[in-house]
Design a protein around this ligand. Structure first.
Ligand code: ATR
Length: 293
């Protein structure tokens, strides 16, 4: 269903590198944005062979590609091939956005910033807030840094493997005050007295991915009966309503579903490359149509 009428001698090319990339929703989302904004741009998947990552990056740069997204398994591996890194990408230690520098690519990370923008669009103000973050992997690392950069003042991490939570907290302590950082045991994550204290509860583990209806939620919110109604966010978007989101809704809590993080990391990429405000609604609708198909 490519719209080849759209391609001209002036068409600018953006894309995504990964291995594989066939499952990626980014081409659908970005091209919907280009069409809605009537821009002579196209976004294509580049399935790069891992042994040739450096050559592929160099070739795409010198072939005039305007910008790239980076997905699994290259988010860390690209770094050694770049001309520079933004502060956020350096702190997170991973890259999902490339823009053109003088003679090579500059790496940025919009995963965590995308999550924060999704929160803000949902009316949540991060400044001064207290957050429970589930997970300590790559996604959790991006979310943690971006929340702290956005002004969150208390971040508590719970992870199934405690050593990984300790490691992430140790990394965070290099940049943010230790008094803002805490850890709780995975087994204690559903304790109502603990949950009552947070303004935001985020699942950044992969638990819930592909979950069947009725499957247990990654955190049990049933004891949350007090005045405080934390926002419950999931970064998992398959299914769109994870068991965690379903449970939060049953408890009458506000929710943020995972496709919004994917949307806004893309929106920030799109706006960075084109210098224009993104047609967010069209990009979201294209992504949702693809997700439901
Ligand atoms: P990603 O880049 O998606 O964050 P990752 O770096 O492999 O992927 O991290 C996966 C995260 O999901 C980790 O926090 C992992 O917990 P462990 O560190 O204990 O492995 C978490 N995770 C995955 N499956 C889980 C499950 N069934 N229950 C709880 N946590 C899970």
């Amino acid at each position: 269903m490519g719209d080849l009428m759209f391609i001209s001698g002036r068409t600018r090319v953006a894309g995504i590198i990964g291995h594989p990339v066939a499952h990626s929703l980014s081409p659908t989302m970005h091209n919907a944005g280009f069409r809605a904004a009537n821009l002579d741009w196209v976004y294509v998947p580049f399935p790069v062979e891992p042994d040739y990552l450096g050559q592929a990056l160099s070739g795409l740069f010198h072939a005039g590609v305007a910008g790239l997204n980076v997905t699994v398994p290259f988010k860390v591996a690209v770094i050694e091939h770049l001309e520079g890194l933004t502060t956020e990408a350096m702190r997170i230690g991973a890259v999902n956005l490339l823009t053109r520098g003088r003679s090579g690519w500059i790496g940025d990370n919009t995963d965590g910033r995308g999550f924060v923008q999704a929160l803000q669009e949902a009316g949540f103000v991060p400044e001064g807030k207290s957050v429970l973050l589930l997970g300590a992997g790559g996604a959790a690392r991006a979310v943690a840094h971006s929340l702290l950069l956005a002004g969150v003042t208390e971040l508590t991490i719970a992870n199934r493997t405690p050593e990984r939570a300790e490691n992430l907290l140790g990394e965070l302590a290099e940049y943010y005050e230790e008094g803002m950082l805490d850890r709780v045991d995975w087994a204690a994550r559903s304790n109502p007295a603990l949950l009552e204290g947070f303004d935001l509860i985020v699942n950044a583990t992969s638990e819930g991915m592909g979950a069947a209806h009725g499957q247990a939620s990654v955190v049990d919110l049933a004891g949350l009966a007090g005045e405080n109604k934390p926002l419950v966010a999931d970064i998992v978007y398959v299914p769109l309503e994870t068991p965690l989101i379903q449970m939060a809704k049953r408890q009458g809590l506000p929710t943020l579903t995972g496709e919004k993080m994917l949307l806004y990391q893309g929106v920030i990429s799109w706006e960075t490359w084109t210098g224009r405000p993104a047609p967010v609604v069209e990009m979201l609708n294209a992504m949702l149509t693809a997700l439901r198909a």
